[in-house]
Design a protein around this ligand. Structure first.
Ligand SMILES: [Zn+2]
Ligand SMILES: [Zn+2]
Length: 349
């Protein structure tokens, strides 16, 4: 990594990079750490951000259900969005990130300095909000730590209504010729986003058990989802011929897909924007539906914070850092161990 890209450390920094993850020295807590720590503030329950083994966890109130579902009996404190708590003299609050249920940006204030660590967030240049969770809320700060999973100009999401109409047409077309529509989507977040967007009048909706488990947490948190069936609840095979079946990508070559009979398949992922990725996956169709900010979304979200200093994490850092520097901002990157939860090959059968 080029030296001028790494965020230079300053003495009063409220977040620094430690081997365990992002760390606030003044408040003595980590944010989404990848190694076990005493106190972890968790932005959201995707596996690369919410890991096992921490002594104490803090997350947003709407995110608590999924976090418990995924990590079991943890020592968890849940905090309402916007409510401040004191951690060793540092004011900490959580603000909606619009990425998945309960996703939060972490606002840290100490001696007049405000930092915000975004976690993963969804803001689209097309102006869409994520209907399956509380939409992203810009938070003013001096320093903004932003994700940049899709931080390249090629990533510009089409309007969500267009993408959903396209999924509906694909489903309808399959139903008309009597085959199931297997939509491969990450089970936490993407699956529920699809559920809130498709036209449930086209036919029955069947979900994989991992999607069902997360749906339960969404419904418990008050998110309205259409009626869904698990595969073993489907007694009439003819039902499957008209069904939209939502399952994680890992099931594609296993017994779950085998039980569907004749089916068409498609991926729902931001990576589908790239023709090469579509081809490599070999599915019939790809829908570029992402729960991460696209290039214009990242730019508008960063501008809305008013931050003069920006630290970029996740994947595509170099181009974003350069762009920010060209805008006259102080910009650098943290090399983190966050993954790409929009991944195509989540083998979580
Ligand atoms: Zn995520
Ligand atoms: Zn992430």
């Amino acid at each position: 990594m080029a030296g001028d890209r790494v965020a230079p450390r300053q003495p009063q920094d409220l977040v620094v990079l430690r081997p365990e993850g992002l760390y606030c020295p003044q408040g003595d807590f980590h944010i989404d750490p990848w190694r076990p720590v005493p106190r972890a503030v968790i932005t959201h329950a995707h596996a690369d951000h919410a890991r096992r083994g921490h002594q104490a966890y803090l997350c947003s109130a709407p995110g608590a259900g999924v976090l418990r579902e995924r990590l079991g009996g943890i020592n968890l404190q849940a905090l309402d969005y916007g409510k401040r708590i004191d951690m060793n003299g540092v004011a900490v609050s959580l603000h909606p990130a619009g990425h998945v249920l309960g996703s939060a940006q972490v606002r840290i204030e100490h001696r007049g300095q405000v930092w915000v660590a975004s976690g993963d967030y969804f803001v689209s240049g097309a102006g869409d909000a994520n209907a399956s969770c509380t939409p992203f809320e810009p938070v003013r700060c001096h320093t903004f730590i932003t994700e940049s999973t899709f931080g390249l100009p090629v990533y510009r999401w089409r309007p969500q209504a267009e993408l959903m109409a396209e999924i509906d047409r694909w489903w309808q077309g399959n139903a008309e010729v009597g085959r199931a529509s297997l939509l491969l989507a990450y089970s936490f977040g993407k699956a529920q986003r699809v559920l809130t967007g498709v036209d449930a009048g086209i036919g029955p909706i069947v979900v994989h058990d991992t999607v069902h488990t997360i749906n339960r947490a969404y419904r418990a948190a008050g998110v309205a989802l259409p009626v869904t069936l698990r595969l073993d609840e489907v007694k009439d095979i003819n039902l499957l011929r008209r069904a939209l079946v939502i399952a994680p990508p890992g099931v594609r070559s296993g017994p779950f897909a085998g039980a569907l009979g004749d089916f068409g398949d498609a991926f729902a992922s931001g990576w589908m924007q790239l023709r090469g990725a579509r081809r490599r996956q070999g599915a019939d169709r790809g829908f570029a539906l992402s729960d991460h900010a696209d290039w214009p979304g990242l730019q508008s979200a960063i501008a809305a914070t008013g931050a003069q200093r920006v630290i970029v994490t996740h994947g595509e850092e170099a181009v974003m850092v350069r762009w920010l520097q060209q805008q006259g901002l102080q910009a650098g990157s943290f090399s983190t161990e966050f993954g790409v939860d929009d991944a195509l090959d989540q083998a979580q059968g």
